[in-house]
Design a protein around this ligand. Structure first.
Ligand SMILES: NC(=O)C1=CN([C@@H]2O[C@H](COP(=O)(O)OP(=O)(O)OC[C@H]3O[C@@H](n4cnc5c(N)ncnc54)[C@H](O)[C@@H]3O)[C@@H](O)[C@H]2O)[C@@H](O)CC1
Ligand SMILES: [K+]
Length: 491
């Protein structure tokens, strides 16, 4: 998994890599600029009239100057603005400045007439991860002008003004796209920064995960390439029992749709047998949405250990008898998945937390998490609370959101990269619950079940949204689950 190192560590990473690989920092900047241009030329409409690049005094500005040259070589009309006397800029900035072709128009920012032509693109290379104080003066004026412009806006590495690992504290460039090098900076994953970042793209510039691992940050970014090695493989003689027997408990009167969605998702994630235990006097009254599902009448006395995995909570309601909740925890000794009202009931009855089997997977959204541990002033504090909670209770916490955060009992924190905004739809969380339970039932470790569940879920959402867009519903995500295996090359 890709380590997420701090802004401060980036300098050391660069130096370490540069000395180990025998390349210069200028070469690394050239790679970064090439990576940006490769993304730009394949993503941005080629009919744009003008590219405006704004370069600050450091190496982010240096990237901007190198990008100006590379884009001009590809016949774009490039207008470069620099903000500080070139003599006062970083060494690699100056080296790139001296390589600029004549066809790049170059203007000092304070001599700019402020006009931005229609159908143009703005590239922000004012500050990168070296920002160390709030933006003021000429820099602030520029960012304010650019934020008002209607042109498409792209940030190099990080929107200028955003600190790499903290919550924004002043003026920040508002990008439509952020093209970040090598790994996402931590602050790019915070929900409060969504409007600064736009779409996030991570471009590899050749620094290996091993080089980055040396920094031991304990924070990671989960990508498609990480997933296949987490999967178990099955052979042609596998029996449906090998694929696990899963029980989904929840679904009070009027809310049985939630367990149906979880159960259906578990089947599509390859579970062999899936049972529903709705919280109804007569569970046989409900109609499973698909005929492959089975009903289970749980009377607090039955042996639950015949199941390989259990998920509790979807649509359960807050009227559940706590003695029944306790009886489930007493009758099943393996890690379980807890979601929705399973979590809300825990928040209302905190003593229950100590009875949950270790390494169980809890999947709160932000509000449910708040009910469990109290309010957080920002995502940074929330991350800290998630870590403390997972370590103190020996549980895996899956904090759902745009970059779902999985916190493991040893404190490691893993941000997911798959998924999109169309997944914020009713029942999407129930689908995830069923998927994680399915992987658990198939014999995956709780850690791998959580990570595979989260990644496949996001990918299923991406695939389903290609045809359903805003109209996507949770059932569409379920239907797309099988294709996620194909997409990731998992047989
Ligand atoms: N491995 C990587 O991630 C690579 C990083 N490179 C680029 O290098 C950038 C980091 O470069 P630097 O460390 O030079 O940092 P920056 O380019 O972010 O800027 C640092 C400069 O701005 C000044 N400064 C900081 N905050 C200011 C403020 N509020 N007002 C006025 N001046 C301020 C600093 O004194 C310093 O001169 C990255 O973001 C990335 O764009 C690439 O060139 C190569 C590879
Ligand atoms: K920038």
């Amino acid at each position: 998994m890709l380590p997420i190192i701090s802004g401060e560590q980036v300098k050391h990473l660069d130096q370490q890599y540069i000395s180990a690989e025998g390349i210069s920092s200028l070469d690394l900047m050239e790679r970064a600029a090439n990576a940006f241009v490769a993304w730009f030329t394949t993503t941005i409409n080629p009919n744009i009239k003008q590219v405006y690049i704004f370069a600050g005094p450091g190496n982010n500005g240096g990237d901007g100057v190198a990008i100006a040259r590379l884009l001009q070589e590809r016949y774009y009309n490039v207008h470069l603005f620099y903000l500080q006397e070139v003599a006062d800029c970083s060494a690699d900035f100056k080296a790139n400045y001296s390589r600029l072709p004549d066809k790049v128009l170059v203007t000092k920012f304070n001599e700019w007439n402020g006009i931005i032509a229609e159908h143009s693109v703005i590239i922000d290379g004012v500050f990168g991860v070296g920002i160390n104080r709030p933006i003021e003066g000429v820099f602030q004026r520029l960012i304010q002008i650019l934020n008002k412009a209607t042109a498409l806006k792209i940030a190099i590495d990080i929107p200028s003004g955003l600190p790499a690992d903290q919550i924004a504290f002043g003026t920040v460039f508002r990008a439509d796209h952020t093209v970040s090098f090598q790994f996402p900076k931590l602050s790019l994953l915070f929900p409060e920064h969504a409007s600064f970042i736009g779409e996030l793209h991570i471009m590899d510039i050749g620094i290996s995960e091993e080089t980055m691992d040396a920094f031991q940050v304990g924070r990671f970014y989960l990508r498609a390439k990480d997933i296949p090695s987490l999967h178990r493989s099955f052979h042609r003689f596998s029996h449906k029992g090998d694929y696990g027997k899963v029980l989904i408990i929840g679904g009070a009167k009027g809310k049985t749709g939630a367990i149906n969605l979880s159960a259906h998702a578990a089947l599509r994630t390859d579970s062999g047998l899936v049972h529903l235990a709705p919280y109804l006097e007569d569970p046989y009254l409900i109609q499973p949405i698909i005929s492959e599902l089975m009903l289970f009448q749980d009377d607090s006395k039955q042996n639950l250990n015949n199941f390989d995995a259990i998920a509790i909570g979807p649509g359960w309601g807050m009227g559940v008898d706590i003695a029944y909740y306790q009886s489930i925890l007493a009758r099943f000794q393996k890690p379980i998945v807890i979601d929705a009202d399973g979590l809300n009931l825990l928040a209302a009855n905190p003593d229950l937390i100590h009875k949950i089997p270790k390494n169980s997977v809890l999947t709160p959204h932000l509000k449910e998490f708040e009910r469990l541990v109290g309010k957080s002033k920002d995502h940074l504090e929330r991350m800290e609370k998630a870590k403390n909670f997972a370590i103190a209770n020996g549980l895996i916490l899956v904090l759902k959101g745009a970059h779902t955060l999985v916190t493991l009992p040893d404190g490691r924190q893993i941000f997911n990269s798959s998924g999109n905004q169309y997944m914020a739809t009713a029942g999407s969380g129930d689908v995830l619950t069923g998927m994680i339970a399915s992987f658990l039932g198939q014999g995956y470790s709780p850690e791998h079940a959580a990570l595979c569940g989260v990644y496949h879920h996001g990918l299923a959402g991406e695939l389903a949204s290609k045809s359903k867009w805003r109209g996507m519903i949770a059932s569409d995500i379920i239907e797309a689950i099988p294709r996620t295996f194909l997409e990731l090359g998992i047989k």
